[in-house]
Design a protein around this ligand. Sequence first.
Ligand SMILES: CC(=O)[C@@H](O)[C@H](O)COP(=O)(O)O
Ligand SMILES: NCC(=O)COP(=O)(O)O
Length: 243
Amino acid sequence: MIQRQRLGVNIDHVATIRNARGGTHPDPVEAALLAVKAGADGITAHLREDRRHIRDEDLNRLRTTVRAPLNMEMAATQEMVALACKLKPHASCIVPERREEVTTEGGLDVAGQTAGLVPMIRKLRENGIRVSLFVDPDPEQIAASAAVGAVVVELHTGAYAHGRDGELARLKVAASQAAGLGLEVHAGHGLSFGNVAPVAAIPEIVELNIGHFLIGQAIFDGLPAVVQEMRRLMDAARAAPAA
Ligand SMILES: CC(=O)[C@@H](O)[C@H](O)COP(=O)(O)O
Ligand SMILES: NCC(=O)COP(=O)(O)O
């Protein structure tokens, strides 16, 4: 029987919109609850070092309010490891981070920083957290991920999503290599209605994490309903007797 693939919904960009006005609406925790109600198997949130979207308080509320597994994306820093050990999410996905980047531009260089990663991964695992490494579909990085003690690799699908030649084949080979090494295989970044199917069909990939497209598409799918509701409220106010 074919195993159902899990969908993790990344709610970072609900916080991006909230932060644009500095208030509390839209609330990423409310979005997470809706996503789970709609069928998401887990919630992903990236606590960036510059806190440009998700904030510490969002993660605390996600952890206590949302019953689905929480995947905390984070940089490989002592600050983030300490926060994760306190929060105890279901999983921590270690990602590379550069302040000046618009989004996560490449996979983590696991092979180039094994000495730094090993104690961090050990500490996270000792705290009961599943450790995932966000890597490019590169044989050296996947072998290194198994060697440093990760239990999951998440394959960066950004180059595939940008249409780079040969990327789907690389993802297939990487997924097979990772599963052969005993790693659980996830994938994500830049996935959309238009490009998800070939990645979803790779048998070793048991989880996809998708965010930016879903939050963007929700605007188009949700806009008619909210415009109609505003129209209704305005018309009802006009029809009511003046105070
Ligand atoms: C690691 C990854 O691919 C994304 O989930 C990550 O969250 C990207 O960061 P932004 O959400 O800031 O684009
Ligand atoms: N790890 C990938 C993720 O959580 C979502 O990435 P994106 O769909 O926002 O590009």
